[in-house]
Structure formats: C-alpha cells, structure tokens
Design a protein around this ligand. Sequence first.
Ligand code: F6R
Length: 365
Amino acid sequence: EKGNYPHFMLKEIFEQPETIENAIRGRIDHEMGTAILNGMNLSPRELALINRIVIAGCGSSMHAGMLGEYYFEDIAGISTSVEQAAEFRYRNPIIEPNTLVIPISQSGETADTIAAVREATAKGAVVTALCNVVGSTIARESGRGVYLHAGPEISVASTKAFSSQVVVLLLFALLLGRNRRLSRSEGNELADQIEQIPELIRSVLLQAPEIKKIAERYADKEDFFYIGRGCLYPTALEGALKLKEISYIHAEGYHAAELKHGPISLLDERHPVLALANDIPGKDKIIGNIQECRARKAPVVAVITRGDSAVRSMTQDVIEVPPCSRFIAPLPTTVALQLFAYYVAVARGCEVDQPRNLAKSVTVE
Ligand code: F6R
C-alpha cells in the first residue's frame, strides 16, 4: 500500500533509511572489524583464494555492480570487472577456478542475468547472487548469496533495491578487505561509515522540498547530461537512467572527463548538466568541468557537500548532501537524484510508477 504517498516510487525513496538498516542488520562484527554475510557460504579458504570477481547485471543493478568494482578493487585489492549480463553470456567470458561471479538482480527473474548465472555455473565459477526477491530464480539457481531485505519494490524505477545492492557490495568489500589487506581498525572505520548511511539519507530526504523546487525549474528541458568522477561516475549513470525512464527526458550519464571527447559540442542553454561536485577526491576537476559548461551557457545543477562554498558562485541550483567519504558518497547522492527525477516526472505529468514501454522485470531477452 502507498500509505500517504502519491506514488510507490516516492514511498520507496523515503523507505531507504529503514531498508538500508535492514540490509546492514546483523551483518557487522565490530569485534573483528568485518562483515558477516552467512548466505555467501564461502569458507575462509574459498574467500582467500578468490583472485578475480566478475559482476553481471542489467540497468540499475549493473550500475550498482560498477560501484562494486570500485569497492572490490580499492578496498579489497581484487581485480573486478562488470558485464552487462547479456554480454556475459554471449562473449565467452574467461572464468578460472578462483573467479567469483556475482549476479545482481532485484527481481531475480531478469532473463539475461539468469542466463549469465547458468553460463557461469557451467564454466565452474563460484556464484554468489545479490537478490531482493526471496526464492527467485537467480537466488535459487545460484545456491548461495545475500538477500537485500529491501521489501517489495513496486515502482518500476528501482530505488531502494539499488541502494541496498550498493550497501551489500560495500559489506562484501569490507569482508574481503579484512580477509586480505585491511587492519581491524581500518575495517571498523569502514563499518562505522556504513552504519551512518541511513542517517545521511535521512538528511537528504529532509531536503525534498528544495529539490522539488529545482526540479520544477528544469521540467521543461528535453536533454540532460549527468557527469561524475570516481564512485560518482556510476552514480551519474544511475541518476540519468532514473530521469530518462520516468520523465522521458533524454538524459545521458558521462564520466566528466569524457565531456571534452565529444559531448561538449552539444552544450548550450538547452542542454543542462547535472554535475556531481561532492567534496571528495576529484572535486577540483569537476569544478573545472562546471566552468567549461557554464562558458557554453549550459545551465548547471550541482550536487555539493553541505557547507562547501566552492561551487556556489557558479550556479544557484545546488543540492546539498552531508559530508561523507568517497565510498559512501554514491548513496546520499543517489537519493538526491532519485528525488530530482521523481519531481521532474511529476511536474511533467508522467505516470511515475508505470512508465510507458517498461515492465518491472524483464523476463525475455
Ligand atoms: C531501472 C530499472 C531497471 C532494472 C533492470 C534489472 O530503474 O528498474 O534498469 O534495474 O531491469 O532488473 P533486476 O534488478 O530485477 O534484474
């Protein structure tokens, strides 16, 4: 039931502090400074042997996987690649005995991701899935994995499942990192940061009225670029996907460094840019990108860290998120982008929960 919310999407956006608490509950061990993911069912020996990770998913689940790549490489030092699940199946991927394959799927019923699970299993990979729907095909066929505990996601646009996927990937990176190169105190520091995510998201949700005002000013645009760097690059892709799927505005996510390699030729007053300028490493470069956009008269909406004045002189349209590390920043930022997409779509009179041409789970190839 929608309760007091006009749409399931808004309800699910606002549920995220609780759904993330559910994803974390019982999964952090402060004594050892690590994560406990029993469903993974990997022995310490199996964990230690993993020398490569391949993540497969579609849409938002693939974007979560792209964040997983940053986490596994940067936190745990394990070489990781992300595949669109359909590619995984058809391009004869290299799976070695110590390759761990992680399919990610909210529904657990996405045809391409099921096919990737079957391909990986046939090639002898260790497969551990991240699913939301309990007992779904991918959860069953993988045999082991972690549930997201986000509760039913009704809105076609994925919100709370995505944030829980990212949190579970962080927990898994913590576990693998402690298994390898992280000290107990470093592990605990990351664990503390993960436990603060629900509070960070609450503080973004409190700004919904301001985000709505900005969204309404941009609702008549027909094109949008989203740019980010580091962990905010997959975040930009996810933000752009959310906007295009529910508002029917053409939106493209780009790595900010790619602007100069082509898309900048499009920029003018009709092509707004949503820049992720949080105060994390790479911020100075993003500020340079914002100046390049402004020089071409492109309107800029910037996500910044609360209290940071560096971007304020360049645009009035800023959305503030609370301070946090580069690993955590995608979560509050994504929630801000979900709200932005939602309010743009509402202002355009779109069917937010049931966008045209889309189904909640894509069970055909
Ligand atoms: C985007 C969206 C889709 C799904 C994709 C995968 O908001 O909902 O892109 O993320 O179809 O679905 P699952 O995660 O169920 O495999």
